[in-house]
Design a protein around this ligand. Sequence first.
Ligand SMILES: O=C(O)CCC(=O)C(=O)O
Ligand SMILES: [Fe+2]
Length: 298
Amino acid sequence: MDSVDLDNDAKTFAEQGYIGPFTLWEPEEMTAWWKTQRKALLDPQAGARKVFDNPVNYDRHLDIPGLSKLITEPEIVRRMQALIGSDILCWRTEFFPKNPGDAGTGWHQVETYAIGETSQGMLEATEHSPDLPMELTCWVAFTEAAKDNACMKVIPGSHRQWRYDEHAPMKWNNAARDNSFFGYNYDDIKIDKNWDPEQENVRYLEMRPGQFFIFTARCIHGSTPNISRRQRMGFAIRVVPNHVRVYGGMTGFDEFGHHFELDRHGCVQVAGEDRYGLNRMVRRNAWGDPFTPVERVA
Ligand SMILES: O=C(O)CCC(=O)C(=O)O
Ligand SMILES: [Fe+2]
């Protein structure tokens, strides 16, 4: 395990917009664990409990016990706390598979997740502080992610300047492969169409299975194409401080050509407590699974 220097993490994060990679588990441990989770994901009983009735694997931490434990791992969560404060909820998890031959994820930058057809963000901060970001993602490598199989890439410091207008409308195109975010072309919403990242400013975050890094999605990021014969699997844990309203006023949304109905969605407190009561929360039963609604705190 890495030694933890949380003060230093906060400083590095302020400069770069991300911290890591760090080691959660050794490669053998992650590889064995992921094999078990894969089976659980294919289990039809778990499938029936899925929050969203579509093929996109959002929020499987709400029905797969291993994933619901992962999002509260102290090694991850205490680093998040050093960056955005003690009270943190997880509002979404996402799988990011990259199969051999898949294109890399194009450069993009968001904050409120106003992705796609709607210009309304999914996240709304109710408190504003110039120094604290309103969202974080922890990207965990379930497999190796090297330069030849879709490792993540970032532009350190790019979180300080908006290069993309996330509120501008962007059409989803299933056939769009290159330079895209799974069918969304962020070039459409580039503020200065002539701007492109300088190659010398790009950092490649190669990771072994079991490593992770934490970033604000304001930090411009993407991934390399998978030109190898190995699948790469990333898992994004998206969190916000409790003062952020999640999916405010929405009953559903459309993304990646699918509809997501929010009636079964809930946020999970992964650290600290909810002093705001802004969001529908769910919690694990004593036996760990499945999640059940928590009474609203008024
Ligand atoms: O895994 C990828 O290629 C992209 C991940 C990403 O953009 C994210 O986690 O926000
Ligand atoms: Fe992203």
